[in-house]
Design a protein around this ligand. Structure first.
Ligand SMILES: [Zn+2]
Length: 461
């Protein structure tokens, strides 16, 4: 069935059933922050687990790290973030709002049909001139009284130290990648890994942006799942291509519709990069970036060698050749993949003459609950509890004894539970239960002892 849920409807649905709530909700929220509820946290953990299994556990020569969010500020000088990770902003002197100059200019050009203006390629002075020449008004108060455009760094700053004058500026990391790069030598030495090998990390990053939001698509705090492959430069393009394939296969294996995924090469490359592409996902937001694969040449390790003064070269143990490895980066936003999963999984189905059901058709490995235990009547709850406790040792389970069995099935369908186990009076006699499949709605009778194998088989990835 066609997936066409609008973003507004998904936001409301996610809050109603407990996937995602607005952040600080009782205080009317904080723009572009969101909290994961009981279902969202399970879904997110399952996404991370599936990714880690594929890119660390099953991936040759890959190792994980979990680096600190706060890093030595020199890291961000080496990475270029201190110098150039910024947006051009201007202040409205009338209503005191601060806007991104490039966004204001783009919106103005779109509205007035002006073509050929690319703010990304303009200097601040050129943008200032364009804003004055066209008397571009403030999008909030409608007046034209702007301050000159200045660059604002997107890194969140904080300071360490409690004594006066002893404060030092530090940053919340704007990306996780540097945690892998600065640990290149540590990981190589402790694992005795030979190039090519990979370092993976899942963790939070922070960007102090004025964002268009779009639910959890773009947030100021987000989680990245990243794999950096260190290889010899002559093999790098082959690895780049193989990671493109692996990244796409991961999404397809999770049940994504291939017609809603595509590769998109970057129009402009960073000066050090040899190739870069995104995988885009199609939804009610249009085509949007879901993950990126980047050939970063030897830039990252060379910069850290320069700024730290430590030798970041690798010595081939067989040939004794010394060289700086090239990095192939594969990076995917965990929150963004979760959003794509929600969009992709939601469907409304006609199941009878005047009956529809909402189904979250998650791949079973991602489903928040793998199985729901449903006693047909309340006086069967003792037996049902016994089954629940048994299965809970291996799987995330849920339990529901309220309402008709049909209503209870629907509740599980709309949160994506792949299997429902119903306990009835026969169960007391012969230790069998009914197991119902979310997608086919078919029911079969099985022994309680067989449940664990059946569920394990179902949730394999
Ligand atoms: Zn204004």
């Amino acid at each position: 069935m066609e997936n066409n849920i609008s973003m507004d409807k998904l936001v409301a649905f996610s809050k109603t059933v407990g996937f995602v709530y607005p952040g600080s909700d009782i205080y009317d929220g904080l723009a572009n922050t969101w909290d994961y509820g009981p279902l969202g946290v399970e879904l997110k953990k399952n996404i991370k687990k599936a990714w880690w299994k594929r890119f660390v556990q099953e991936n040759d020569n890959s190792y994980g790290v979990d680096a600190a969010i706060l890093m030595n500020p020199r890291v961000w000088e080496a990475s270029g973030h201190v110098q150039s990770f910024s947006d051009p902003k201007m202040d409205c002197k009338e209503c005191k709002c601060r806007e991104r100059a490039d966004n204001v200019i783009e919106a103005y050009c779109a509205k007035h049909g002006i073509e050929g203006i690319v703010p990304d390629k303009m200097t601040n002075e050129e943008m200032d001139a364009f804003v004055s020449e066209h008397k571009i008004a403030c999008p909030r108060c409608g007046k034209h009284n702007w301050s000159p455009i200045r660059q604002f760094n997107l890194m969140f700053e904080t300071s360490r130290g409690v004594t006066e004058g002893g404060q030092n500026k530090i940053y919340l990391r704007p990306e996780t990648a540097q945690g892998e790069f600065v640990n290149f030598l540590n990981v190589q030495r402790t694992t005795r890994a030979k190039v090519p090998f990979g370092i993976a990390q899942i963790g939070k990053a922070f960007r102090n942006e004025i964002t268009p939001g779009n639910f959890i698509f773009r947030t100021i705090e987000f989680e990245q799942m990243e794999h950096q492959l260190f290889c010899k430069d002559e093999n790098a393009i082959d690895f780049y291509n193989s990671y493109k394939e692996k990244a796409m296969k991961f999404l397809l294996d999770l049940g994504f519709n291939p017609e809603k995924l595509r590769f998109k090469d970057h129009d402009k490359l960073a000066h050090y990069a040899k190739a870069a592409c995104d995988i885009q996902f199609f939804s009610s937001l249009g085509w949007q970036e879901l993950n990126g694969i980047h050939h970063r040449s030897t830039w990252d390790l060379s910069r850290h060698q320069e700024y730290s003064g430590k030798n970041m070269m690798y010595t081939d143990p067989v040939t004794n050749e010394k060289y700086t490895p090239t990095v192939i980066e594969y990076s995917i936003g965990c929150d963004r993949l979760l959003l794509a999963t929600l969009l992709q999984s939601y469907r409304e189905e006609q199941v009878g003459e005047n009956d529809t059901r909402i189904v979250m058709g998650f791949h079973p490995v991602l489903a928040p609950y793998k199985v729901a235990i449903l006693p047909l009547q309340k006086n069967l709850s003792e037996k049902a509890n016994e089954v629940y406790r048994k299965l809970s040792k291996s799987f995330m389970c849920t339990y529901d004894e309220a309402g008709s069995i049909g209503k209870r099935y629907r509740r599980q369908d709309q949160i994506g539970t792949p299997l429902c186990v119903t306990i009835d009076f026969d169960t007391l006699e012969d230790d069998t239960v009914t197991i119902r499949d979310r997608d086919t709605m078919e029911q079969i009778r099985v022994k309680i002892d067989e449940l664990e194998n059946i569920i394990s088989e179902k949730v394999k990835f």
